[in-house]
Design a protein around this ligand. Structure first.
Ligand SMILES: [Zn+2]
Length: 290
């Protein structure tokens, strides 16, 4: 499997630049795959709302509103001859969990994404829950702390404003400034936590407690077997999960039946889910042309 990772300042870049960058990366990947192999599809994971046409009605973490993403990328690729799909990072990540890794046989599971926006991919009774308009699992703006930090959506104390990767970096690494590539900053937090840095450890415990509250709300709604956390929440799980487990247990009226665990798929869960989704259309009998 070929995996590339490239940081891009999508939250501050012009929309056209983001589309151009996506198209350029796609062209490079297609060239790399080689002319003797068939590209089954391109799937783009977005930390925000996605409608059935692959448009993004809103993604506050990116500052996007009404972006016809699938159509724009298709146009930028000059109708590439393979399907271009867009879905939420959360939906794709939970599809990857359901297909690969230790929860593959689990019929009731939730993947809570780490990253710039917190979203939930929901699988209930073996099926992905999309809701009426495709927006199910958009939990990033659930209010968790009325007096919490300001959120990109204009309110305060939302899940994303407390647990999103930018919020976590701002809180634990004061003075880090705006960050394009989150990975080195998350690694810095890991190193400080490992070294026993007191403020970082205390901050992680408090963030873990909030994560437990979020997991408790989701568990109350859907009664899953497992809630899997991804992205930076998985990377910081050794310090977040003990407090999160305690909070989850304290909030449950009966001993909680849900497990709260770190994803083993790493930051590529969304990408893996994207590949899984493209393969699923082939398995459903829609063979590619040519
Ligand atoms: Zn918000």
């Amino acid at each position: 499997m070929l995996t590339w990772r490239r940081a891009f300042p999508a939250a501050t870049a012009a929309r056209g630049e983001t589309v151009k960058a996506l198209a350029a990366l796609t062209r490079r990947a297609v060239t790399r795959v080689g002319a003797d192999r068939t590209v089954l599809g391109l799937t783009i994971a977005v930390p925000g709302l996605v409608d059935p046409d692959g448009a993004v009605p809103a993604a506050p973490a990116l500052g996007w509103r009404g972006v016809p993403l699938a159509a724009s990328v298709r146009r930028a690729l000059r109708d590439p001859g393979f399907p271009v799909a867009v879905d939420t990072e959360a939906n794709l990540a939970v599809l990857a969990e359901r297909r690969h890794g230790p929860y593959a046989a689990t019929t009731d599971l939730i993947h809570l994404t780490g990253g710039p926006a917190i979203g939930a991919g929901l699988i209930s009774a073996g099926r992905l829950l999309r809701g009426g308009r495709g927006f199910a699992g958009d939990v990033g703006h659930l209010p968790l702390a009325a007096d919490g930090p300001a959120c990109d959506c204009g309110r305060r104390g939302c899940l994303t404003a407390l647990l999103g990767v930018d919020a976590v970096i701002r809180r634990l690494l004061p003075g880090a400034g705006p960050v394009t590539d989150h990975l080195p900053e998350v690694e810095r937090i890991q190193a400080l936590a490992r070294a026993g840095d007191e403020p970082v450890r205390t901050g992680l415990t408090e963030i873990g407690r909030l994560l437990g509250q979020a997991a408790s709300v989701l568990s109350g709604l859907l009664d899953p077997e497992v809630v899997v956390v991804g992205g930076h929440l998985a990377a910081l799980a050794p310090w977040l999960l003990p407090a999160a487990h305690a909070e989850l247990a304290a909030r449950a009226p009966v001993p909680p039946g849900v497990r709260l665990e770190a994803s083993t798929l790493g930051s590529a869960a969304g990408a893996l889910g994207g590949a899984t989704a493209a393969l699923a259309t082939v398995e459903a009998g829609r063979l590619p042309a040519g």
